[in-house]
Design a protein around this ligand. Sequence first.
Ligand code: NDP
Ligand code: X2W
Length: 349
Amino acid sequence: MSEKLKVAIIGSTGYGGIELIRLLASHPLVEITSVISSSSAGMPIAEWFPHLTDIQTALLDDVDPQAIKAKADLVFTATPAGVAAKLAPQLLDAGLKVIDLSGDYRLQDTALYEKWYKKTPADEHYLKQALYALPEINGDKAQGASFISNPGCFVTSALLGLVPAVKAGWIDPASIIIDAKSGVSGAGRGASLGTHYSELNENFKAYKVNQHQHVPEIEMVLSEAAGHEVVTTFTPHLVPMTRGIMSTMYGAVKGEHTTADFIELYKQFYEGRQFVRVRKEGVMPMTKEVWGSNYCDLGFNLDARTGRITIVSVIDNLVKGASGQAIQNLNLMMGWDEGLGLQFVPVYP
Ligand SMILES: NC(=O)C1=CN([C@@H]2O[C@H](COP(=O)(O)OP(=O)(O)OC[C@H]3O[C@@H](n4cnc5c(N)ncnc54)[C@H](OP(=O)(O)O)[C@@H]3O)[C@@H](O)[C@H]2O)C=CC1
Ligand SMILES: CC(=O)N[C@@H](CCC(=O)OP(=O)(O)O)C(=O)O
């Protein structure tokens, strides 16, 4: 059997990082050779996460690009916004391949990044090297890439639900409204006032209305699909659940189509792809139906009275929205089957 690909994870003590460890533990062609922490180097990771006892036994390493290169060929950066902007150039210069889970390399326009993320953008020289890869939309470009920027979680759920209809010209892009809800693990592991139990439990709130950092990323891909500039309304909400995103999307239909036509259009668009499932007419997907898995499930209903289509898209934010999709991108990058290490059934109920 060929030697396994050696990978390292920076940000391994965060939610995206521990999810990478969970998923890669059963990947047949990958071995995690370094788990890295900027704050707890020297400690065994199971000290913080006993569920990883006997699964990831390595001690946490420091963030040192040369030392990482000595142990690994590829590194995942599962770090807060702004960190990879500074760190990825050092990792690339050390000869490592990089898959970044943050938003730092998704927008090629540095002014746009500064405006929406309110952080210093990455150096344009390195930004140009990054391939933004949403596997079902442009994953064909990933093979052989050495630097991949993984899409945002809300973005993934919204775009997989919208791109086929926008590309086909079946909905008016200017009419699109994206109403999205996320479980709290989307906010990462760090404690904050807005995400602690008594603030969140039995509560439901909209946040960053018209100011969310995923707006320009959604618009970037929708504009490409439409062939002209698209602006859109996106409202994220926080739901008192741990995992899951549901994006409910509305658009004015162009031309004579039925719900069945939309279902057929999407089935054809995603034919041969393993991780997008289209529900039959009359059935809408629920977040539990993708929980813990790399699936994105879609449902459709066209209201003949209003001429609007309702599209419901669900993902697990930590899997298809982050770490699972990063592994899917790794598979495509390496020229492997995109489903390697990701073929498990959602946890239900
Ligand atoms: N949670 C989600 O559903 C999704 C997250 N993302 C993105 O993925 C990235 C990681 O998210 P998530 O895991 O949730 O975040 P967390 O806050 O849970 O974890 C981030 C980790 O980054 C490490 N870190 C912090 N600062 C530095 C630094 N200067 N250098 C190196 N490491 C650092 C920390 O670990 P330590 O102190 O041990 O170094 C921390 O555990 C973020 O950019 C996020 O936006 C994208 C899609 C979905
Ligand atoms: C619930 C929650 O707070 N979710 C996060 C998800 C963002 C994210 O992880 O994406 P980036 O990589 O683009 O920062 C948020 O809304 O900011």
